[in-house]
Design a protein around this ligand. Structure first.
Ligand SMILES: [Zn+2]
Length: 411
């Protein structure tokens, strides 16, 4: 087995180079719609992993507004392979970074900056782990085919990235390891073993416009109709089944002297269990049809339409993920580093591939305030940050667990 003390010592020595990589990555804006920045970050990432023996391939997204996915490959001498998954994009447009003066900023143990935690810190974690494997488990490193898969558009919607992953993985791929942030509970480090699925929806009410002064009774008021339907959507939330519906936006009407002919609401729902998700979808779609709001003059009814806009299916608890987690639990015991697991509400690329390749998530470092760029003077609002001290122990955990996964009978 690896010697934990010398592994940690090696990782400590690598940390300054890792943080310098992170600083440069954070300096490249890679908002999902910034195709130029994404290309620049993709090329920088390819160069960072080239000394480890990786070659780069850029794969266009099926959405022309998004940048190219990045696939980095290092072929091994043996048959086993492992996929490590991250993403290139962040949620921060360049204007927002400038407006909030949100840049790389070190304060004590914390490094603030766009993507420090979600997920450039995770990509740098991959780099640290691969450095450690090359030096401390050279035979395993050389025998394994490594696939680093970086989504260009994880923060928006990228079902096509699941196809990219499946094309790069085969029956010899022992796992897909996602480098999103870890969870914390007390002093326990939480790996992610399940994530909710999410659907976004639009509900449209159509009615009949009319002059509000002269012919109000001829109108069928779409705003009133939509307003009657929204509480029924909200009531589909069922906490005991881990099912949540969020009514997020409402728009309707045009000017004040018109009976409104149209109104639109949008939102999402989420669930862990595939059957709960499917029942929720059916219940939402069942709210379509003729409305109860009608014109007084001739009974003209409002009409409700329900559309599902996007769908990312759930990643439920499953035996393959649990088997992968067991290597992390064992590695945590060996390192005296308390490890546990959680089921998380947010999505990741794990949702796209868990049933094609055994998947474990949460391999990234600890930090907080993802997707936030604001800072208030009194410190009650703080932007996204990663903790420097989180890298070495987590990299040691990941390294040891990966060695156990690849050589279950010892190296
Ligand atoms: Zn992320």
């Amino acid at each position: 087995m690896l010697n934990p003390a010398s592994l940690r010592q090696f990782l400590e020595a690598q940390l300054p180079a890792a943080l310098e990589l992170l600083r440069q990555m954070v300096g490249i804006n890679s908002f999902t719609l910034n195709r130029t920045g994404l290309k620049q970050l993709g090329q920088f990432t390819a160069e960072a992993f080239a000394p480890l023996g990786f070659t780069a391939e850029f794969v266009p997204s099926t959405n022309p507004n998004f940048g190219e996915h990045l696939v980095l490959t290092r072929h091994g001498t043996g048959s086993k392979s492992l996929a490590l998954i991250s993403h290139l994009d962040t949620v921060f447009p360049p204007e927002e970074e400038a407006r909030n003066n949100f840049h790389w900023q070190v304060e004590g143990d914390r490094i603030f900056g766009p993507g420090t935690h979600d997920i450039k810190g995770g990509t740098v974690m991959m780099w640290l782990v691969l450095q450690a494997l090359r030096t401390h488990a050279p035979a395993t490193f050389a025998a394994t085919t490594w696939k680093l898969l970086l989504n260009s558009s994880e923060e928006m919607y990228s079902p096509d990235f699941g196809d990219v992953c499946r094309a790069q993985c085969d029956a010899n791929t022992l796992g897909a390891l996602v480098f999103e942030s870890e969870g914390r509970l007390g002093n326990e480090h939480l790996m992610v073993v399940a994530r909710k699925g999410r659907a976004t929806w639009r509900v449209t009410a159509t009615g009949r416009g009319a002059h509000a002064g002269g012919k109000l009774s001829h109108g069928a008021n779409a705003v009133v109709q939509l307003a009657l339907r929204l509480p029924r959507i909200a009531a589909l939330t069922n906490y005991s089944r881990d099912l949540t519906f969020n009514v997020a936006t409402v728009n309707g009407g045009t000017v004040l002297n018109r009976v409104p002919h149209a109104a639109v609401a949008e939102g999402e729902f989420r669930a862990f269990a595939p059957e709960v998700y499917q029942q929720a979808k059916a219940a939402l779609l069942a709210l379509a049809g003729p409305g109860e709001v009608r014109a007084l003059t001739d009974g003209f009814p409002c009409e409700i339409q329900v559309a599902i806009l996007t769908e990312t299916r759930p990643w439920p608890r499953n035996a393959d993920t649990d088997r992968l987690f067991e290597f992390w639990r064992q590695a945590g015991e060996a390192l005296n580093y308390p490890v546990n697991f959680q089921e998380r509400g947010g999505l990741s690329d794990g949702n796209l591939i868990w049933d094609s390749v055994p998947t474990l998530d949460g391999l990234g470092p600890w930090g907080d305030n993802d997707h936030c760029s604001e800072r208030s003077a009194d410190g009650t609002k703080l932007p996204e940050f990663v903790e420097q001290s989180a890298f070495v122990p987590k990299a040691a955990l990941n390294t040891l667990a990966i060695v156990k996964l690849l050589t279950p009978n010892g190296d």
